[in-house]
Design a protein around this ligand. Sequence first.
Ligand SMILES: NC(=O)c1ccc[n+]([C@@H]2O[C@H](COP(=O)([O-])OP(=O)(O)OC[C@H]3O[C@@H](n4cnc5c(N)ncnc54)[C@H](OP(=O)(O)O)[C@@H]3O)[C@@H](O)[C@H]2O)c1
Length: 199
Amino acid sequence: MSRIMVVGGTGLLGSAVVEALQPDHDVTVVGHSSGEHQVDIASKSSIQQLFDTVGEVDHVVSAAGEAKFGPLVDLTDDDFEVGLRNKLMGQVNLVRVGHEYIADGGSITLTTGVLSRQPMEGSAAISLVNAGVEGFMRGAALELGPDLRVNCVSPGWVAETLEQMGRDPSDGVPAADVAKAYVQSLNGSANGEVIEVFG
Ligand SMILES: NC(=O)c1ccc[n+]([C@@H]2O[C@H](COP(=O)([O-])OP(=O)(O)OC[C@H]3O[C@@H](n4cnc5c(N)ncnc54)[C@H](OP(=O)(O)O)[C@@H]3O)[C@@H](O)[C@H]2O)c1
């Protein structure tokens, strides 16, 4: 039974990942304000404290990461800073700190999103961050392998999110189906890959 830490495991995608993994694995659910353990990924020392507390695991999944959506001309320095500190450097630091705590043969799977390759109006700050995480992941995978695999899952719109926004959920992928991509990243041999999940 593998030990798997799911950061963002209390969120929409993360809880679907936890549900998919829980029957067969020892899953540690990490949130920001909820979950078995709390972390603020925008703080490297908080990440360090999390791994010191939880100890060695076989796999880490990150389904956390905030970035601001809005028209480019309206985005402030602070808006950019949120995405850079949280979704970008937060996930980069999960790898920089976490790799010391992951057993040989393990993996770390980060979350980006379709906006890295298919931007839309208002997505500039998020597209920047998603593309940055994917670039980092490819470089990190080269250096940390073969004992540690590093991948990204890049979801398109998630059906439940579209529903919350009052949009047609059938244009998206149910969170439970997106979760299968994380399980594939953990159990397969992928390394340095962006696993895309589109509707
Ligand atoms: N939903 C979509 O349609 C979609 C599509 C593409 C990509 N994504 C990406 O997938 C990721 C997860 O999305 P989601 O819809 O599942 O989000 P969500 O439901 O809002 O869940 C966010 C999760 O991250 C945790 N979190 C929030 N701030 C944090 C921090 N500073 N440090 C550590 N953990 C933090 C939350 O913990 P608490 O519950 O304790 O606050 C929660 O577990 C995001 O990066 C998002 O951009 C989502």
